[in-house]
Every structure is written in structure tokens, then in C-alpha cells.
Ligand binder design. Structure first.
Ligand SMILES: [Zn+2]
Length: 206
């Protein structure tokens, strides 16, 4: 927000310099271009942030075949109230809230999905898990297991090539931690939580 205001201030000063007379006439010179550059730089980060949220939201909408989802990447300050969770959805809400570190990891993952490490890749699972809440599943173990069976689908909607998405999805389940609070031993291929999805890509976790 501060950057948007700064951007507008710099832009306003640049225009004022061109139109106004009080600073020695028309300032369509280096002064003008420095102000425009500062204005653009200040606007760049909020715009990139908003575009990334939009990309995540549109992928989530295609993933759930709906058109009402928004994704909110929390600021570092906003995230301190939710230190223990990587993301959350209020019951009945269509807004996926992600911690700033989760969004940074998602950005890093999407920059090079074939070379991602498991820690960074986990952000994909967080997004899929939160999408299952938007779809109405608020039992954490069930939402988590549904996500493990669908991570490749979310990855594809984010623009990841199918083969890479399948490998990512397989790795996410393979390296799942049994110490995670949402862990269930029933969330394995052929076990009780297996939905038998025809295109599920998962292998037993280790
Ligand atoms: Zn959850």
C-alpha cells in the first residue's frame, strides 16, 4: 500500500513538473524521467504481487471448476498472527489465505518446477489443501489426503507440464511426514482414504 502511494506521489510530481510553472517552466527532462522511473519501480512490486495472486486464484478456479475464488498472499506482518500454518481458509469462505513464505515458495516452484526441492515443492500441496477447504472439506486429514491425490491437477492448472506435474505429485506423497498433524496411515493407495481417482498419481509414502 505504501509503495502504491509512493508511486502515485512520484507520478504526480512528474506530471506537475511538466505542467506546472512554479519550478522554472516545463520540466520534461531528466527530472521527469527520474520521477517516472521511481514511480514505475514503486508500482512494480505491488502489481507483480497482485498478478501472482490472480494467477493462483485462476488456477484454483479451473482446478475446482468454479469462478469465485480469490487468493490472498499475506504480508510478512499479516502472517505473524498465523505463524503455525502455511495457509488457511475460513469455513464457508472462497478466499485462500497463504503465508508470505508459502507464496514465495510457490513462485520459486513455478520458476523451475522440474528442479524444485521437496521443501519448496510443499507449497504446491498447501495450495491444493486449501482449495479442498474451499470445496467444502474441513476435516484436515481428509482435505490433506484429497490434496495428495490431486496435486498434479493443481500443478497443471498453474501451467506446469503434465509429466513434471505427475513427478511433483508423486514426490509430495512419497516424502510425506508421518509426524505431520494431518497424517493418516489410511491415506495410501488402496487404503480407506483412496478415492480411486482414475488419474491419481501417487505411490506409498515412505
Ligand atoms: Zn487445512
Amino acid at each position: 500500500m505504501l509503495l502504491i502511494v509512493l508511486s502515485m506521489v512520484f507520478f504526480g510530481l512528474a506530471i506537475k513538473g511538466v505542467l506546472g510553472r512554479q519550478w522554472g517552466g516545463n520540466r520534461f527532462d531528466a527530472y521527469f524521467f527520474i520521477l517516472i522511473t521511481l514511480s514505475t519501480l514503486c508500482a512494480w512490486f505491488p502489481i507483480r504481487h497482485a498478478l501472482f495472486e490472480e494467477r493462483l486464484a485462476e488456477a484454483s478456479e479451473r482446478f475446482l471448476s468454479t469462478d469465485r475464488i480469490s487468493v490472498n498472499c499475506l504480508s510478512k506482518f499479516g502472517g505473524i498472527f498465523y505463524l503455525r500454518v502455511a495457509g488457511f481458509v475460513y469455513r464457508g469462505s472462497d478466499i485462500i489465505n497463504l503465508k508470505s513464505s508459502t507464496c514465495e515458495q510457490l513462485q520459486a516452484y513455478l520458476d523451475s518446477p522440474a528442479l524444485v526441492d521437496n521443501y519448496t515443492l510443499y507449497s504446491l500441496h498447501v495450495l491444493t489443501h486449501e482449495a479442498m477447504h474451499v470445496a467444502g472439506e474441513f476435516n484436515e486429514s481428509l482435505a490433506d489426503c484429497k490434496a495428495f491425490q490431486r496435486n498434479h491437477k493443481m500443478a497443471e492448472q498453474l501451467g506446469v507440464p503434465s509429466l513434471t506435474a505427475a513427478i511433483n505429485s508423486r514426490d509430495l506423497h512419497r516424502f510425506r511426514s508421518s509426524r505431520h498433524p494431518y497424517y493418516s496411515a489410511e491415506c495410501e493407495p488402496g487404503r480407506r482414504m483412496d478415492e480411486g481417482l482414475p488419474d491419481a498419481v501417487w505411490v506409498p509414502s515412505s
